[in-house]
Write a protein that binds this ligand. Structure first.
Ligand SMILES: Cc1cc2nc3c(=O)[nH]c(=O)nc-3n(C[C@H](O)[C@H](O)[C@H](O)COP(=O)(O)O)c2cc1C
Length: 226
């Protein structure tokens, strides 16, 4: 996989293989191998084909390689994790398909602990943002659907294209309690750009990722009515 010819570095996975093996990579991020910008640019080029509301392509990706900035980003991310989720569930049961007591969640917790320790060492950190006229657009479900729908598909396309190129990513939202501080750090205009995630970007250690356990697809599927 020579760095000088990124197009030859694709793993040659089928579309379904990419879709079913793009895992949340934490422990298997290669912290030692630099990621060429051209490879990232290729994945962004693929992502530009994602759908967006009114075809406005309102999304931007901010990639950070600078070591000192990554340290500050990781500190905000850790502070955000410690802060916890501000969401109110009002004591109602979570609409969940998984169990937080499962072995799978134990595995995720362990792997998250690894990311907490090493996030600043990942070669590249990426924050996807959506441009808005004003944050007031997020007050309605329609406004949210329009804006999230105009950045999340492109973000996932980037992650899939990265996987095809031997790179690993992990969707996280931990830092968003400190979104404004992150915006200040990165020079993002807070009123007109909304951050939606933060992902490490690194070569993976090995490329043999497998489909994960998921509930039977029929339990997700409704025909004609709920
Ligand atoms: C909206 C969203 C928020 C997430 N937040 C975090 C996070 O803050 N930290 C983290 O390590 N993983 C986070 N994840 C990753 C999930 O844990 C991961 O997608 C899920 O466990 C499935 O992983 P798998 O595809 O490797 O099986 C998030 C994923 C999504 C879609």
């Amino acid at each position: 996989m020579p760095d000088s010819s990124p197009t030859s570095s694709a793993l040659g996975l089928t579309a379904d293989q990419v879709l079913t093996t793009t895992r949340a990579v934490r422990r298997r991020l290669d912290l030692t191998r630099p990621v060429p910008r051209e490879l990232i640019q290729e994945a962004v080029t693929v992502a530009t084909q994602a759908p967006s509301g009114r075809n406005q392509q309102q999304w931007d990706f901010v990639f950070v390689e600078d070591a000192a900035t990554k340290v500050e980003m990781a500190n905000l991310w850790r502070a955000g994790l410690a802060h916890g989720s501000p969401d109110e569930h009002h004591g109602l049961p979570l609409p969940t398909r998984g169990s937080f007591a499962s072995a799978e969640w134990g595995r995720i917790r362990g792997s998250l602990g690894y990311l907490v320790e090493h996030l600043h060492e990942v070669p590249v950190l990426m924050i996807p943002v959506v441009r808005v006229a004003s944050r007031a657009e997020l007050r309605t479900v329609h406004g949210q659907a329009h804006n999230w729908g105009s950045v999340l598909p492109a973000t996932w396309s980037f992650m899939l294209a990265a996987r095809q190129r031997g790179l690993g990513t992990c969707w996280t939202i931990g830092h968003l309690a400190y979104e404004r501080e992150m915006a200040d750090l990165l020079g993002l205009p807070f009123d007109t750009t909304v951050q939606v995630a933060l992902t490490p970007v690194a070569y993976t250690i090995g490329t043999d990722f497998k489909p994960a356990q998921r509930a039977d697809s029929r339990t997700f599927t409704h025909w004609n009515r709920w």
